[in-house]
Design a protein around this ligand. Structure first.
Ligand code: PEP
Ligand code: MN
Length: 338
């Protein structure tokens, strides 16, 4: 249920409603828009429906949210959500945000070298996995905490913010300590306990779409995070599984406008994991921005042949720099900038 308040509703009236909702054992979620405030009421439908919420002073109307996702929905919040990461980086606003870096954090020298190069080319966030979700248990699993420490060093050295994956609920505090954005990987998109855990931190979360999940399921996973009070969710389309096996996955470009029609949350694209081949990454990066993505997360490696993971889809730093020039042009063509 959402309670739409009158434009002139006072703080006192808003607080009164919030208190009432809490007393009923329901969860109020406040969305302050430019014009009016909306209070989302989360809880059992029968308890909510039994309350004459529309009679409260300051209330304009009370509406059910018919969609299964509530806080994620545009019904709850009409304006696009902009996530302010500090350092002048905002995701979901006019600027398209570029995140780049290696698939895995491998060693200090390599990470700092890549970080400096992607920064020079215009990236504002450094990606790099310290905990890696590998298909084989015999493949490189990541450096763990040492990898996180190296990310912190790279951040200090370059000023780039850091996005890194959290795989295990037990590592939440550790990853939250180092990351500016906590990444939840495709394979964990429906790990509901992990989602609830990151929902309890107030850290921005980059939620990747599960490779076999529908848009509705994707949004329901974002709802899990938001229902715990963390509204800083960035959605990432990274390709889904189809019958096509020439590319690693199939980038669902249509998911970008589809999600944006349903949700106020920012959407970014991961062209690297979608394609699995570096030569195909530039074209879909451009397509992602043209389709309205708020950012890209791209794998970059100076020696893809020797990369400990995902070398085949990693761009050389020089290729990444060339791509950035083209991306700026695409962004400009649709009235945005990088
Ligand atoms: C990654 O970003 O390194 C990764 C493993 O991506 P995904 O979860 O989308 O496969
Ligand atoms: Mn990877």
């Amino acid at each position: 249920m959402i309670i739409v308040l009158r434009p002139n509703a006072t703080e006192q009236q808003i607080n009164h409603i919030i208190e009432k909702v809490k007393k009923l054992g329901l969860k109020p979620m406040i969305s302050k828009g430019a014009e009016r405030t909306i209070i989302g009421v989360i809880g059992p439908e029968d308890v909510i429906n039994a309350q004459p919420l529309e009679v409260y002073p300051g209330v304009e109307k009370v509406m059910p949210i018919l969609k299964p996702f509530k806080l994620v929905s545009r019904d709850f919040k009409r304006e696009d959500t902009i996530i302010d990461l500090g350092n002048g980086v905002r995701i979901g606003g006019e600027k398209v945000v570029i995140m780049a870096g290696p698939c895995s954090v491998e060693n200090r020298e390599l990470l700092i070298d890549i970080a400096k190069k992607v920064k020079k080319a215009g990236a504002v966030i450094l990606r790099g996995g310290a905990f890696k979700p590998r298909t084989s248990p015999y493949s490189f699993q990541g450096l763990g905490e040492e990898g996180l420490r190296l990310l912190a060093e790279a951040k200090k050295e370059t000023g780039l913010l850091v996005v890194t994956e959290l795989m295990d609920i037990r590592d939440t505090a550790l990853v939250a300590k180092y990351a500016d954005i906590i990444q939840i990987g495709a394979r964990n998109m429906q790990n509901f306990n992990l989602l609830k855990e990151v929902g309890q931190t107030k850290k921005p979360v980059l939620l990747k779409r599960g490779m076999s999940c529908t848009i509705k399921e994707f949004l329901m996973s974002a709802e899990y995070i938001m229902s715990e009070g963390n509204f800083n969710v960035i959605l990432c389309e990274r390709g889904i599984r189809t019958f096509e096996d020439f590319t690693r996955f199939t980038l669902d470009i249509g998911a970008i406008p589809a999600i944006k029609s349903q949700s106020h949350l920012p959407v970014i694209v991961d062209p690297s994991h979608a394609m699995g081949k570096w030569g195909l990454v530039p074209a879909v990066s451009k397509a992602g921005i043209a389709a309205g993505a708020d950012g890209l997360i791209i794998e970059v490696h100076p020696n893809p042949e020797e990369a400990l993971s995902d070398g085949a889809q990693s761009l050389y730093p020089e290729k990444f720099a060339e791509l950035m020039i083209e991306l700026r042009r695409v962004a400009e063509a649709i009235g945005r900038e990088i």
